[in-house]
Design a protein around this ligand. Structure first.
Ligand code: FES
Length: 310
């Protein structure tokens, strides 16, 4: 396909098949903040954090804008920066910001952007819409609606990647929230605890509870301890017994192409399978159900496989 070019922040950016301006910018090393976009999912365009300004002063969401040859956009004008700050202030007003004790602190994208754009005061009255309690019913996933910013990534991941649809939007306006099927708790839905919703959640609204499992193929392990250095929870991952106590299944450390990947798996230089048998998630799920009950696993779980596993 013929290469086209657009101008972003005065820089000529070639593109071919990118589906939106956001991807063109990122492929050319220009960072545009986003909270509701994932390259593997359908486009929602709800967070409005990726707004950019065109050469006529009009602002639009970069994730929802098709790139055109000769197009000119700017990502750091005063209008864009003011808009980003206001958007973040609005998001913060409906997000319970107990960052000191939050499971996601240090990895929360909202926290990162609030720091980057100096959003440190509450400009808007806190929105107290969220009276939904935490959902602790699942053996592997914790849902905390008070941290949810309605980006919908968990909804689209569960439906479009996992083919399950255990969670969805519910309510309207100020009462909009993400809920499990028909207001049930997660354990009463088709959720299999795969952890993919937690891997894409940009805040602490969905996270994996303290019950993961890490395994080591001792035949391939050379004892370099790179895995331990990479693990954000200091799980003793060269010791499979101790690991289970601390491992949090940190698939939040997604690789650049958006594929969830555990930090220790990424760090391992020898390919020792520290996170179960990633080549065959269905057999791993069967083993876990048989030995320990359902646990989160990484990989491409299809509903057919899950049905088979049951
Ligand atoms: Fe574009 Fe959310 S990333 S609107």
């Amino acid at each position: 396909m013929a290469e086209k070019k657009m101008i972003i922040d005065g820089v000529s950016c070639p593109f071919t098949t990118e589906r939106n301006v956001l991807e063109v910018a990122r492929n050319n090393g220009i960072d545009i903040p986003s909270l509701c976009y994932c390259e593997n999912l359908s486009i929602y365009g709800g967070c409005r954090l990726c707004l950019v300004e065109n050469d006529r002063g009009r602002m639009d969401a970069a994730c929802s804008m098709q790139p055109r040859d000769g197009m000119v956009v700017n990502t750091h004008t005063k209008q864009v920066l003011d808009s980003r700050r206001t958007t973040l202030q609005l998001l913060m007003s409906s997000h319970r910001a107990d960052c000191l004790t939050c499971d996601q602190s240090g990895r929360c994208k909202l926290q990162e952007y609030a720091r980057r754009y100096h959003v440190d005061e509450h400009r808007f009255e806190p929105n107290t819409y969220c009276t939904e309690p935490m959902d602790l019913s699942s053996p592997s996933i914790v849902r905390d609606p008070s941290k949810c910013i309605l980006c919908g990534l968990c909804v689209r991941t569960c439906a479009e990647i996992q083919n399950i649809g255990a969670v969805d939007f519910s309510g309207r306006g100020k009462k909009a929230h993400i809920s499990a099927d028909f207001g049930k708790t997660l354990k009463d839905t088709d959720c299999v605890g795969c952890g993919q919703c937690a891997s894409v959640c940009p805040t602490g609204a969905s996270y994996v509870s303290d019950s993961g499992i890490v395994e080591v193929d001792q035949g391939r392990c050379i004892g370099c301890k790179y895995c331990m250095a990479a693990c954000p929870y200091q799980a003793r991952i060269t010791n499979s017994e101790g690991a289970a106590e601390k491992c949090r299944f940190c698939t939040i450390s997604a690789t650049n192409n958006g594929t969830p990947m555990c930090s220790c798996v990424e760090a391992c230089p020898t390919g020792a399978r520290v996170f179960g048998d990633l080549d065959d998630p269905s057999s791993e799920l069967v083993r876990r159900i048989a030995e320990t009950g359902a646990k989160p696993i990484a990989g491409d779980l299809t509903k057919a496989k899950i049905f088979y596993a049951r």
